[in-house]
Design a protein around this ligand. Sequence first.
Ligand code: TYD
Length: 215
Amino acid sequence: MHKASFFAVEGVDGSGKSGMVAGIVAHLADSGAPAIATREPGGTPQGEKIRSLLLSGADHAWDQQSELLMMTAARVEHVRRIILPTLERGISVVSDRYVGSTIAYQGAGRGMSESYIRHLHKEAVGDVWPDLVVILDLDPEIGLARSRQRLSAGAIDEGRFETLDLDFHRRIRQSFLDQAAKTPARHVVIDALGTPDEVRARAIDAIEMWRAARK
Ligand code: TYD
């Protein structure tokens, strides 16, 4: 039996994470490793409530401290109710975003201290880190154009973080690259420019190399 693994998919808005999560889950299942797809903020009824509080409505609806604590609260529920119990059953978990997004958005984006965010994570959530983080790397200008198109087509009221300026999103992209450079064994950076099929193939190749190296 394959050992269950915890994967997180990270990237700027509009980098194609949700399709990628589904693609990784399908690939793992095909290779005999059952997996579930989940997301943050969200993944539990409690977390989904926090998600709608955070992501609908105007920007600056919350103080940045409140925003950080709410993201973390959603993660506590997610880790305790979904992520750890699923891994314990031998089923892999693929999460659309995890604490890497908090380091990028609340840290590099909003300017909060990264050491504070990491400390809060350890205290609140525990030392639970993904086995592998797949970073979909994309110029945020392209990502923002993609997600604006999607938000207006679907009339989804989740535009909050997309409304922040381009510099904010450039800091997010750089933070993901910095996180990968800091712990390369736990990250792969995938060029997210291309068709969804092309980008998925790149990610799956990288995951297979990582799995082979781990055996
Ligand atoms: P997501 O649904 O992934 O948005 P998109 O599909 O448009 O990329 O994530 C929602 C937003 O929440 C996204 O803009 C990033 C933000 N976010 C944080 O700021 N901090 C966090 O810890 C997480 C998990 C998400």
